[in-house]
Design a protein around this ligand. Structure first.
Ligand code: URA
Length: 188
């Protein structure tokens, strides 16, 4: 068994926080294990919990549209979440839940070695970029740490709720596409 499969098996059996009690599925992640670009959302919603795959509900369809705008699709990137089990009523994951779950994502990052990490929404950006990250001011800006470029986009669910943010997100996506062309060798 490869490292990815071993990690997935251990993760699927995780009981390190209370979110395991009500879950139908652990949502481990999806995409290419060779991906150079990692997208990180917040946590599974109802559809993701039922299907065991990230971003398969309405927000997920919108994420697919966002990827398509820059000629990407799920098979060319990797998509995961900060927490891998659904928080009740889709509330924000608690800090304790994030802390319990993050070692799984850190292991995924160790195996993947992404060149670019795209945070989907504020919660993910607070983990990867800065605890006081302000999504309305800082979306689309790149920050480089230890050779990895980080940026945040508005969460696709926020873009569904507030279409006025879509034009700025289109500009952010084009900036992401330029950065991928500069930094990545096999994404396009
Ligand atoms: N929202 C997220 O942040 N992640 C998902 O997987 C689905 C919706």
């Amino acid at each position: 068994m490869g490292e990815w499969e071993r990690l997935r098996e251990r993760c699927l059996a995780c009981r390190d926080c209370a979110l395991c009690e009500a879950r139908h599925n652990v949502v481990f992640g999806v995409g290419s294990t060779q991906a150079e670009v990692l997208f990180v959302g917040e946590g599974p919603g109802e559809n993701e919990d039922l299907q065991g795959e990230p971003f398969v509900g309405r927000a997920g369809k919108f994420l697919d549209d966002m990827l398509a705008m820059i000629d990407l699709d799920r098979s060319r990137v990797y998509i995961a979440n900060i927490v891998k089990c659904r928080p009740p009523q889709n509330r924000d994951p608690l800090n304790t839940e994030q802390e319990a779950c993050l070692p799984w994502l850190r292991e995924q990052i160790r195996l993947l070695q992404p060149k670019i990490v795209v945070c989907l929404g504020r919660i993910s950006a607070m983990v990867f970029i800065r605890p006081d990250f302000k999504i309305s001011r800082e979306h689309g800006q790149f920050v480089t740490k230890d050779g990895v470029d980080y940026m945040a986009l508005y969460h696709p669910a926020a873009l569904l709720r507030d279409p006025r943010r879509r034009p700025e997100t289109f500009e952010d996506l084009k900036a992401l596409q330029r950065r991928i062309r500069e930094r990545c060798t096999h994404t396009y």
